[in-house]
Each structure stands twice: as structure tokens, then as C-alpha cells.
Design a protein around this ligand. Structure first.
Ligand SMILES: Cc1ncc(COP(=O)(O)O)c(C=O)c1O
Length: 441
């Protein structure tokens, strides 16, 4: 504990909160004022166990001294410098540390500030790559139903969540979608990767038959998180990879939540045994202490775009804050912690206990499915008649009031704790969730 007086807002009206029920929140505010290790603290000092690593991002736990000090030090040395036609050493160092962690051959790193920017950047790089190699007819982007790739127009269009699109009119043109892989009739209550559904990857062949050689890239989350934890069926990603290779299509993984140890390996690509051409990341890259995202590309993609361009700027894309010094410092410190503390190894070690604990909720009232992989679990509840999402929202509120933070999406409770979680935390998290599910049934 420290003795800083907790911040209290004097006005709830000004901040238009993202992805929130503003009207409900502003009459029933739930505030977080401080964080340390596995916990948040409310302004009143009440401890809340973090079952979600913030928003899938504080993988090393909160308030890590090494990261805080690196940011403080860098802020005093150089607050900001552009990376357009100039450089500063720690941006290069941060990129090298990321490249060390990504699969072999995926060694070129473009910095952004968020997962959404990473998604849009990856799509633009894929289009630029196809053009550079003389395939300018390849303008089509394929996503997947229920996919989430952030809120930019690219990610939103290639994403497949209806509620995220319906307020915003026309999407990007030339986008199509694979079917999602959720199949509760065959796979409900599977532990780890579901057995059924590899054939859903063959739908990409149907899209190739329809669109011919106009497809530039396919983008999927290795494990879909925001839509409520959809674990890929055994063999599915391998099949997608094969079809992409056969037809000259790039495979993009959105590793924004699966990166940095969440699946017990550095990236999901490693755990799932299938390497893409481009991977997006954000969140755990800096332990969320400073916003930062990145897109790691294969050497072939980089070389085609860079070598294939006339002299001068090769990619007309970038952000003022690409490789921001404070974010770079946070990333270097985070990735050092990741290695020193073997965060993926910690996730792997506790995964069996986590899996059993999550699946112990199977008999709780209204639970219709449980899914898990790495340190992720999704607990799906039957919706209340005519009120989709209401049941899970009641669980969320009840858990918060009982000292545990969970995340809900629709009627699914999605859990993704910091990777430093220990067995007593797992017991408390799942125990409180179980009590809440029983209480609101
Ligand atoms: C898979 C995936 N992609 C992209 C994003 C968007 O990231 P951000 O909110 O940092 O823009 C998220 C956020 O949860 C995500 O889960």
C-alpha cells in the first residue's frame, strides 16, 4: 500500500466512456484508483482481484517496478522524438527485442499505438505487399465471423461482430468473411482445443472459387477473445495456412491478446504450431503501462515492399507516436521481465489447475459451455429471455461488489488473469464467480 490519497473525480459527465453504458455507469460508478500485483484497489481502498489482466494486457501483473522505473528514466532523458526520417536508439532496441521473440523469419517490426492501429497497419501492409509483387488485383481482405480486430475501419470491416458495425454505415469494400468456428452442439465443454471443425477452414477454398485471385490476405485471431473465447479446432489453422499458401494469400494473425505468454508460449503461433506471414500485437507488449502496438512481418513481406519500391519512402504509413520513447522503454523492460520471470512458463505450469477450476463451474445454474486454452477461459451462460447480455452483466456487477474483476461479452464471462496468478488466486476468482452465478440465477 502507499499513502497517496486516491483520486476522486469531481465530474462524471465530461468523459464519454468507451464501450460503456454511460448512463448506467454515471449513476452507479465503479472506480479503480490503484493497482499492484494481482489486484486493483477502489478509491475507498477496497481490494479487487484482477481476473482480466486489465483488458487482457497486464500479463506481468500491476505496478511492476522495473517497468515504472524504465518509463520514468526515459521521460527524463528524451520525452519524444519523431521516427519519420529520424531515429532514436531505444525504438530500434524495442523492435529487436520483439523480433527475438517472434517466430523465426518474422523479424521486421512496425510500431503502432494500439491493437486497432496494428490491425489496420497489417491490412495495409498486406495490400502493399501484393501490389509490390505485381499482384495489384489482390485487393480483397478476408476476416471471420465473430472476429475482433479493433475499431478502425479496416479492423471493424474485417472483424465480424455485428454490434460493432451496425452504427457506422458502409464498411470497407472488398471484404468477405469465413464462418466462425463456434460449434457448441459438437464441442461444448471441451478442455483445450475442440475436436470438431477443421473442415470450416475449407470455406476459404469456396471464397477463392468466388473471388479468384483477388484475395490479398486472411486475418484471424488464433484464439478469438473479445467475442467470448473461441478456441480453434484441432487442425483448423494448419488447413488455413495450407490454403493460403496454395493461392498466394497472406495469413495474418491478430495476436493482440494471444501474444506475450497468454497461451503459455511467447505467441499463439508457437502454441498452435502454425506460423503466419504477419502478426499484430499490442497490450502485453508494454504490460499496458504505456500504449503501444506492433506489426511483425516476415522478411519476405518486408523485402518485397521495401526493395520493390522506387527510391524514397517505401510505405506511406505511420503514426506520430510509432516507436515513442516512453513506450519503447516500457516494451524493453516488459520483455526483459517476460524472459527473467518466464511468464509463458508460469502460465503453462498453472494451466492444468486453471482448466480444472474453470470447468468446475459446469454444474452451476445456466452455464451452457466452458472453453479454455492457456490462461484464458470463457464461461457461457444461457441468456435471459428477451434480454441478451443481462445475465452476464449481473454476474460482472456481483463479482465486482464481491471483490473480483471479470469481463463479460454478451452472455459470456471471459477470464484472462495476469500470468503471475497463483493457485489461491484461482480459487478465489472461480469461487467468487461461482457464488455470483448461483446468486443471480
Ligand atoms: C484481437 C484483438 N485485436 C485488436 C484489438 C484492439 O486493440 P485496441 O483496443 O488496443 O485498439 C483487441 C482488443 O481487445 C483484440 O482483442
Amino acid at each position: 500500500m502507499n499513502d497517496m490519497s486516491p483520486p476522486r473525480p469531481n465530474d462524471l459527465d465530461s468523459f464519454w466512456m468507451p464501450y460503456s453504458d454511460n448512463r448506467y455507469f454515471k449513476t452507479n460508478p465503479r472506480m479503480l484508483a490503484r493497482a499492484e500485483g494481482m489486484s486493483y484497489f477502489t478509491p475507498e481502498g477496497r481490494e479487487i482481484l484482477d481476473g482480466t489482466a486489465g483488458l487482457w494486457c497486464c500479463n506481468a501483473g500491476h505496478g511492476r517496478r522495473e517497468i515504472v522505473e524504465a518509463i520514468q528514466k526515459q521521460a527524463a532523458i528524451m520525452d519524444f522524438a519523431p521516427t519519420f526520417q529520424l531515429g532514436h536508439p531505444i525504438a530500434f532496441e524495442a523492435a529487436a527485442r520483439v523480433a527475438e521473440m517472434t517466430p523465426d523469419g518474422i523479424d521486421r517490426v512496425f510500431f503502432t499505438n494500439s491493437g486497432s492501429e496494428s490491425a489496420d497497419t497489417a491490412l495495409k501492409i498486406a495490400l502493399a505487399y501484393q501490389k509490390a509483387r505485381g499482384q495489384s488485383q489482390r485487393v480483397r481482405l478476408i476476416g471471420r465471423e465473430r472476429g475482433y480486430h479493433g475499431v478502425g475501419f479496416g479492423g471493424m470491416s474485417v472483424g465480424g461482430i455485428g454490434t460493432n458495425r451496425k452504427q457506422f454505415g458502409a464498411m470497407l469494400p472488398y471484404v468477405d468473411h469465413l464462418p466462425h468456428t463456434h460449434d457448441p452442439a459438437r464441442n461444448a465443454f471441451t478442455k483445450g482445443m475442440p475436436e470438431h471443425g477443421v473442415e470450416l477452414a475449407n470455406k476459404l477454398e469456396d471464397l477463392v472459387a468466388l473471388h479468384g485471385d483477388t484475395i490479398a490476405a486472411v486475418m484471424v485471431e488464433p484464439v478469438a477473445g473479445s467475442t467470448g473465447v473461441l478456441v480453434p479446432p484441432v487442425g483448423y489453422l494448419k488447413r488455413l495456412r495450407e490454403i493460403c499458401d496454395k493461392h498466394g494469400i497472406l495469413l495474418i494473425y491478430d495476436e493482440v491478446i494471444t501474444g506475450f505468454g497468454r497461451l503459455g508460449t511467447d505467441f499463439g503461433a508457437e502454441r498452435l504450431g502454425v506460423v503466419p506471414d504477419i502478426m499484430t500485437m499490442a497490450k502485453g507488449l508494454t504490460n499496458a503501462a504505456v500504449p503501444m502496438g506492433a506489426v511483425a512481418c516476415s522478411n519476405a513481406v518486408y523485402e518485397a515492399v521495401v526493395e520493390g519500391s522506387p527510391a524514397g519512402i517505401e510505405l506511406f504509413h505511420g503514426y506520430t507516436y510509432s516507436g515513442h520513447p516512453l513506450a519503447s522503454a516500457a516494451a524493453i523492460a516488459t520483455l526483459a521481465l517476460h524472459r527473467e520471470e518466464d511468464l509463458p512458463g508460469r502460465a503453462r505450469a498453472i494451466e492444468p489447475y486453471w482448466e480444472e477450476a474453470a470447468h468446475s463451474l459446469r454444474a452451476a445454474p445456466g452455464v451452457v459451455d466452458i472453453r479454455n486454452l492457456g490462461l484464458i477461459a470463457g464461461i457461457e451462460l444461457a441468456p435471459r429471455e428477451g434480454k441478451p447480455g443481462a445475465r452476464a452483466m449481473d454476474v460482472f456487477r456481483r463479482c465486482f461488489d464481491d471483490g473480483v474483476l471479470v469481463r463479460v461479452t454478451g452472455d459470456i464471462v471471459a477470464l484472462s488473469p495476469p500470468l503471475i496468478i497463483e493457485k489461491p488466486h484461482v480459487d478465489r476468482l472461480i469461487g467468487t464467480l461461482s457464488d455470483a452465478i448461483h446468486a443471480i440465477a
